[in-house]
Design a protein around this ligand. Sequence first.
Ligand code: ZN
Length: 418
Amino acid sequence: MLRGMATPIIASSSSPALTFDLVARCSTTRARASILTLPHGPVQLPMFMPVATQASLKGLTPEQLEETGCRLCLNNTYHLGLKPGQEVLAAIGGAHKLQGWNHNILTDSGGFQMVSLLKLANITEEGVRFLSPHDGTPMLLTPEHSISLQNTIGSDIMMQLDDVLVTTSPDTARMREAMERSVRWLDRCVAAHKNPATQNLFCIIQGGLDLDMRRECCRAMVARDTPGIAIGGLSGGEAKDDYCRVVAACTALLPELKPRYVMGIGYPEDLVVSVALGADMFDCVWPTRTARFGNAVTRRGVLNLRNARYAGDFGPVEDGCGCACCRGRDEEGGMGVTRAFVHHNTAKETVAAHLLTMHNVWYQLELMRQVREAIVEDRFPAFLRRFFADLYPDKEKYPTWAVDALRGVSVDLYTDDI
Ligand SMILES: [Zn+2]
């Protein structure tokens, strides 16, 4: 087992607040394993980042989140900017102090939240105009204001304000405007950024499902040399094969020695396929949100523990899982929780949501640890075959988009070579 052992570094790059060390390249796919060192310590890529919207992960204490192995979580600038607000954040010394989290934090720009949460958001060259959800007063989020908020939050990775449009929009003129505006807004964000020595600003590639527009955006963004690069606007209802085409088109043009973050992605199949296409970082509210509905994410698929068949099931949420919820009572910190117990409490007591959140976050992080180990040991194609075989006992049910996307990086899911 290579886990925990020092792995030789193939190549490195540094910017003032970040070091990227490439430790392995998959010899078949575009997957890579690397170490991203941020102001609050190193993280191992590829990785999944849980979303702690209001500076807390719903259902977990900071200690419990730490126990899952998470060293980089996401906070939402929009929510923190409204409450507790910039003054309180400045007074306490930022979001790490506010939530008692000594590891890394990534913040979004607030723009996406605004456009998706507020019906009356209106985008102009100046910024995003909206009515305050608290008192209805007109407000304006500009690139400068977003960066000022994120500087006060003190996140290790800040995201640029971008002009986001759903990828399925048929309005190509508007799509081009959004893509080009996102590049102009990046320039304004870079100019407004007060702490480049301690906080990293990532650009976001836009351009919808138009591969030429995506490529044009990649070239413009890469020229601006931000310490990391995100692919944005996806997971908005586009077909999965369109999603894969966009990710593959972008990663083909991105510099090797920078982290690549695909925003808003979290289903296990999407994660492993996106890694094969060359992406490193992902975030999504789905694993924690679905936990609150009684759903456990497992290697055999999602189990709805509200179902009556679990009332007498005294096994752990997932056999062999190392999370605190599933670990046996004879193991340190293990709770030995049974499916029957979760079933009994689900939808009645918050304890069920806490336990499943703990399990689901662990599942996602452990999946990425296993992906990383497979890349380092150069057996990632076999890992992918095992992963899909566990998830879909019937090969006929493999999702076509995943089969095709993986074929595009020379992995055949149907061979028996596991
Ligand atoms: Zn578990």
